[in-house]
Design a protein around this ligand. Structure first.
Ligand code: GUN
Length: 294
């Protein structure tokens, strides 16, 4: 049997960026602007934030970086976010996660005004998604996964989708998105997590398996149904001591699983670039709303 076909997020994200760039060039007045808040010096976060800002630049979105001390208290951070909420020249706000332990990500999500919440983590946007409205901002990773499936004409309707991971960033909104009562959605979703019994067999029953566990090599070939679609959201940096360099790996044993699945996302180059492309899309959506562009 032939190896699984690749769900190439890099190629699709390049196309989306090209389209966004053309759309932005046609705007009159100022460019869209994203505020990026980073608290502390968490190394992977610095890299992700850098990638997001580079992507903004490629398409013509201005980005403003707000670097905040690791030791910031709640009051100070809330004040900063509220000042960005009020700034008419900023369309979107992103506070990079994770945050230091004295700051609750749930509270931060509440402080960000829902009209500028391009991450889709504010309870109003999350609540809309849960209640069946797609009019708010939808979190970037689930939205990117859905776009990648759509691009390859992979329908989720009537399929059994297993989501491994229950985070607010990926697992929960992913399940909420795919279970929408809407043409093109309507999946049957099982959400698994590290404490789920019978994890292996449930994964094996999936038509579409979406893994966001952050645990390299978690999904082996024997956990995947023949002909399944496998979406690997995991990104873990591992050190290759013998080669004296590090590389990024997903949660899936790619070389095994590609022999069983029909479709698979590579890591890197699968979901990661799609997350960034959806952030850009959400920024443009926010800009258009603020400027009443239909
Ligand atoms: N950390 C990991 N993924 C994300 C994301 O999508 N948004 C933010 N703000 N932080 C993250």
């Amino acid at each position: 049997m032939a190896d699984a076909k690749l769900l190439d997020g890099k190629a699709l994200s390049r196309r989306i960026e090209k389209e966004l760039k053309a759309e932005i060039q046609a705007f009159s007045g100022r460019a869209p602007c994203l505020a990026v808040v980073i608290v502390g010096t968490h190394a992977p976060s610095l890299i992700y934030v850098g990638k997001k800002q580079e992507a903004c630049k490629r398409v013509g979105i201005d980005s403003k970086l707000f670097e905040v001390e690791e030791t910031v208290n709640k009051k100070e951070l809330k004040k900063l976010i509220e000042s960005i909420n009020k700034d008419h020249d900023i369309d979107g706000i992103l506070v990079q996660l994770p945050l230091p332990q004295q700051i609750s990500p749930l509270e931060v999500a509440e402080w960000i005004h829902h009209d500028k919440d391009v991450d889709g983590f504010n309870p109003i946007n999350m609540g809309k998604l849960l209640m069946g409205s797609l009019s708010g901002f939808i979190p970037c990773t689930p939205l990117g996964v859905k776009k990648l499936l759509d691009e390859h004409h992979i329908s989720v309707t009537g399929k059994h989708v297993v989501v491994l991971g229950r985070s607010n960033i990926v697992g929960k909104p992913m399940a909420a998105l795919l279970t929408q009562i809407n043409p093109g959605y309507d999946a049957t979703v099982t959400v698994l997590h590290r404490n789920s019994p019978d994890l292996k067999n449930i994964c094996k029953s999936a038509d579409i398996l979406i893994i966001a566990a952050g645990q390299p090599h978690l999904i082996t070939g024997s956990m995947v149904k023949k002909g399944a679609v496998v979406v690997d959201v995991g990104i873990t940096k591992v050190n290759n001591v013998s080669l004296d360099r590090s590389k990024v790996v997903g949660d899936v044993c790619f070389d095994e699983v590609k022999k069983v699945a029909d479709y698979i996302t590579p890591v890197p180059g699968g979901v990661g670039p799609m997350t960034i492309a959806m952030l850009l899309e959400n920024c443009v959506k926010s800009y258009k709303r603020h400027h009443k562009i239909l």
